[in-house]
Design a protein around this ligand. Structure first.
Ligand code: ATP
Ligand code: MG
Length: 831
């Protein structure tokens, strides 16, 4: 963050600065948990001089701080310098008083700082000897050894040269100082603990992990590595999310995703079979909230985001792990997993290659990464080709050949009508000298006011009018070399290569599109204001009808928030804020605070769209001149697109009017249908609903009364058989379910009754026999009775003693069958 001061692009707030900075460093990731001194997250303390004090002061003060303030024993301290930096040697020995044998000279790789061109210089590092017990025991173990005995904890960088990036160094007039001291490494030394993760403020996180894993720390070295990896990764990811990083498949979002996945996998290695990382966030926040209160503010957001990642990953990993285990099962140490296998895991299961790499390494198996990379590259180029094919309708390389290298110059930011020369015509995928009425064509012009689809803004439509005819343009795309491809139909006459045509953009449509594009910028600003700085554009589509804006945010935007966002955008609309669009270079734009898309690659010259103090974004699209042109802004919907990505659709200007008209129309139709005025509509609907409910109650009561009456008439006709009564009846048009309900009623209400009731509905005839409690006690059995009675009408059935059903294929014989009921019941009871 301070580079701009070193480069002189900006004036620092002070010539002397001290900092404490959060750092994420992943080149050390393989070491994390294994060495005592590496984390992916740490806090770096630094002191800086921008052309103020230099080598002598920084060296003396560093020594004073560690020996007099921190009181580190001098006999444990070592110093390294760049091999050619005699000046540093002289200062350490003669000014500071360090014993010459404690100073080690090292090469450019270790002790010279440079990144490309610009300020650079030698550095000098201070080491603490933690004692022989931490050493590797090799005879040449010493400062610079990869083991954990000599720990570098402070690096003093003397940026005294300006490099041209090609090996030429010139001494700078105002040399700078840039130092970095890892807070965790320092604490580790001062507290005399074994590693970074046992430092007091980190240890509680480690303990939390070990509790969840039910795995005591320091019982099993391999498990300890996993516990430390999780401890580290949950710290880094918590801070990254709090700082606005979202998991994704590229850039820093991928760094975050990878760390979370790695931590989740180490959880699995510890036998944890559920999402758990989000729980550990509690302890991370508890240990850090005093210095970083924003962690507590974003607590629920951080936890939710981590939890969703864990759950998604669990699904991926389970499938992938199983498959990988299969692939590895037949292999022995020294074998290598094929690139095809690794690619299949990646391609079909989304199983990350880093994970495959780590797992095979743990098994002592190799991995054919060259083959994997080749397959990845092939896939990428396939995707690229498909994209090109899809994007450029009917355009082929052949067509590009005849045009050669070149491009169309776009004048549509400033004008909507312009003359252009027809450079080429494409018809049916072939170059054509001319096209006539009815032909579908693609026309390339040297100059055009037509906006070609890009950055989410839809293409312009309009008309090309030449000396001999007109082409109605419905789409416009940019090809790889920069030609604008206008696609449409020749409406009348003909168009010939070489013609000069008047290219005219449909201005109503374009202006509507511009309104929606400017609205998208205002929406993003309002979202960040209302929901927080984690909101970033994740995709957008603006055309003349509406705007669709996707953004990173974790939960549904509430109706209240939506109202607030809508009001905020409309405030800016109604304040009639001027919109300035201008070109500048990227560093200047960034310095001024323009928002850029993280994944986007920008050229040296960028376009900035600045809406007063409300919004500032890099943007190649077209915009209105004043926010008042939007008329009004109305959100139409809010929804989810993917985990952590929400979508808002909205309209402006004529779109709002159209929406109003539609709503009005719907309301009018509803009112007409309800025979009310719009104002009476709600009351009328409430009254009708109440009335309907009342009628339903009444109907139900009537039905119940009907059924009861029917049941009574069945019982009236019952014939006594011993201690029970038997009744048979044919009932009209009852579905089997209604028949069963009737049966239940008879059985429950008349305990001594044996009833056989039949009914025909939908062409199917069913017979049901029910026996009341006392009837069953007297020996009646519905299953047996229905079997015999149904058999008389050609049917089959059976069931429980109190209720049984049969199908009757021959309803004509029902009467005869029911006539036999009394003898059958007599027989069943008697038997
Ligand atoms: P090493 O060689 O031990 O990895 P380094 O040379 O990469 O260290 P620098 O880039 O000089 O370290 O960083 C400055 C200081 O930041 C170091 O002296 C150390 O205190 C701290 N530091 C660097 N990397 C890490 C890390 N991965 N974890 C914790 N602290 C670190
Ligand atoms: Mg390092």
């Amino acid at each position: 963050p301070l580079k701009k001061y070193f480069l002189g692009q900006e004036t620092p707030p002070n010539k002397r600065v001290t900092t404490c900075q959060k750092c994420i460093r992943t080149p050390d990731i393989e070491n994390v948990g294994k060495t005592a001194r590496h984390g992916t997250y740490f806090e770096m303390l630094g002191n800086f001089s921008f052309g103020d004090y230099f080598k002598k002061e920084s060296t003396r003060w560093a020594w004073e701080f560690i020996t007099e303030v921190l009181k580190m024993p001098v006999d444990r301290l070592w110093v390294s310098i760049y091999e050619e930096d005699d000046e540093a040697f002289d200062i350490w020995v003669n000014e500071v008083g360090v014993a010459p044998e404690r100073i080690v000279r090292m090469g450019k790789e270790d002790n010279f700082w440079e990144i490309g061109s610009g300020p650079c210089g030698p550095c000098s590092e201070i080491y603490f000897d933690r004692g022989e017990e931490y050493g590797c025991g090799k005879p040449d173990c010493g400062v610079g050894c990869e083991c954990d005995r000599y720990v570098e904890f402070w690096n003093l960088v003397f940026s005294q040269f300006d490099s041209d990036g090609e090996g030429h160094y010139s001494r700078m007039e105002h040399a700078n100082i840039d130092t970095g001291m890892g807070l965790e490494r320092l604490a580790c030394i001062m507290q005399g603990v074994d590693n970074l993760f046992e430092v007091d403020t980190v240890k509680n996180i480690l303990n939390h992990v070990s509790r969840i894993a039910n795995q005591p720390y320091k019982a099993d070295e391999k498990k300890d590595v996993s516990i430390r990896v999780i401890t580290d990764h949950i710290r880094s990811t918590t801070f990254m999310i709090a700082d606005g990083v979202m998991p994704s498949n590229e850039g820093r979002g991928y760094v975050l995703r990878r760390l979370l996945r790695r931590a989740a996998r180490h959880g699995k290695l510890l036998g944890i079979d559920r999402p758990f990382l989000y729980e550990v966030v509690d302890t991370v926040i508890g240990e850090n909230e005093v210095a970083y209160p924003e962690l507590r503010e974003k607590e629920s957001y951080i936890k939710k985001l981590i939890r969703v990642e864990e759950e998604n990953f669990a699904r991926t990993i389970d499938k992938g792990m199983e498959l990988l285990a299969d692939m590895l099962s037949g292999m022995k140490e020294g074998d290598a997993l094929s690139g095809e296998a690794a690619f299949r895991l990646y391609d079909t299961f989304g199983f990350p290659i880093d994970l495959t790499r780590e797992i095979v390494a743990e098994r002592g198996v190799g991995l054919d990464e060259a083959a994997f990379n080749r397959l990845m590259e092939e896939q990428r180029s396939r995707a690229r080709e498909a994209r090109n094919r899809g994007e450029i309708i009917g355009w082929t390389d052949h067509a590009l050949d005849f045009l050669g290298q070149g491009s169309t110059s776009f004048v549509g930011y400033d004008t909507l009508v312009h003359d252009g020369k027809v450079l080429g015509i494409l018809k049916d995928g072939e170059e054509a000298p001319a096209a006539a009425a009815g032909d579908e064509v693609t026309v390339v012009l040297d100059v055009t006011p037509f906006y070609a689809e890009s950055g989410g803004q839809a293409a312009d439509a309009g008309m090309l009018t030449g000396p001999e005819g007109r082409v109605k343009i419905t789409d416009c795309k940019k090809d790889r070399t920069g030609y604008f491809l206008h696609t449409g139909v020749v409406e009348s006459g003909a168009v010939t290569a070489g013609d000069t045509v008047k290219a005219e953009v449909d201005s109503v449509r374009r202006r509507a599109t511009m309104r929606n594009h400017t609205a998208a910028h205002l929406l993003q600003a309002a979202l960040r204001k209302t929901l927080g700085d984690h909101v970033h554009q994740a995709g957008q589509l603006v055309n003349s009808e509406r705007m669709r804006f996707d953004f990173s945010h974790f939960e549904a935007v509430t109706p209240n928030q939506l109202a607030e966002i809508e009001n905020e955008v409309n405030r800016v609309v109604l304040e009639a804020v001027p919109v300035a669009v201008y070109e500048t270079d990227l560093p200047t734009a960034q310095k001024e605070g323009a928002m850029a898309l993280f994944s986007e690659k920008y050229g040296d010259i960028v376009r900035v769209c600045k809406i007063g103090d409300e919004s500032m974004e890099l943007c190649g699209g077209t915009h209105v001149h004043n926010t008042a042109e939007l008329g009004l802004f109305k959100i139409v919907s809010e929804s989810s697109v993917a985990a952590g990505v929400r979508r808002i659709e909205a309209v402006t200007g004529g779109g709002v009017l159209k929406l109003l008209h539609e709503t009005e129309q719907t309301l009018r139709e509803a009112a007409a249908a309800a025979k009310a005025t719009p104002a009476e509509l709600a009351g009328k609907i409430r009254a009708q609903a109440a009335e309907l409910k009342d009628l339903q109650h009444k109907l139900a009561a009537h039905t119940a009364a009907d059924v009861a009456a029917q049941a009574e008439s069945i019982v009236k006709a019952a014939v006594p058989v011993g201690s029970v009564r038997a009744a048979g009846a044919k009932l009209p048009d009852l579905e089997p379910n209604a028949l069963r309900q009737m049966g239940d009623l008879l059985r429950d209400k008349y305990p001594d009754l044996v009833a056989v009731i039949c009914s025909q509905a939908n062409g199917k005839c069913s017979m049901l026999c029910v026996c009341g409690k006392d009837a069953v006690a007297a020996g009646a059995h519905a299953g047996n009775i229905v079997r015999e009675v149904a058999a008389l009408a050609g049917g089959r059935g059976g069931g429980r003693p109190d209720s049984a059903m049969a199908g009757i294929p021959d309803p004509a014989k029902l009467g005869d069958a029911l006539a036999e009921l009394v003898p059958v019941v007599t027989k069943v009871i008697g038997g």
